[in-house]
Design a protein around this ligand. Sequence first.
Ligand code: XMP
Ligand code: MG
Length: 172
Amino acid sequence: MPELIPVLSKKTIEEQIVGIARRISDDYQGCELVLVGVLKGAFIFLSDLVRHLTIPVKIDFIRAASYGSGMSSSGDLRLSADTEIDVKGKDVLIVEDIADTGLTLESLKKHITSLGAKTVKICALIDKQERRQTSVSIDYACCKVEKGFLVGYGLDYAENYRELPEVYHLKL
Ligand code: XMP
Ligand code: MG
């Protein structure tokens, strides 16, 4: 039986999101901010985050699939859905569930920059350092986790566990 070891509680997630939302609201005061959520993993994080912001934002999604049903990134970015809002001249904040090798976020940042965004920054629920292969900066990270494959709160393993309200380390 797979084992689920608690990593982030509801309370920790909520506290971190409140703090990050405050920073984002301060930093983007008076800006035309577009949040671009990375599907599917960021859907819960993004929806909790926006409800703590105190500035107006527009919301869009992008769908990157580099994982299949496995546990490691190929680094070969495939977009299965692109943004719909015209981000030209706008400030964009990519909202991702987890930065692991950093390859996906680095490619997404390049992609959104190529669409003419004025600024592109990154917000991730989890900044997982162990396998980082790029120097892409995670501008807003709720939680830093050293290692382990994590599930819950939007994160999946083979499409399972996304609905769990907390984050767990999955041991197969
Ligand atoms: P890279 O390696 O490109 O990967 O930074 C980022 C993408 O990989 C997924 N990922 C995970 N998904 N538990 C997950 O459910 C994890 O521990 C994990 N680590 C990486 C994630 O979807 C992200 O978009
Ligand atoms: Mg993802």
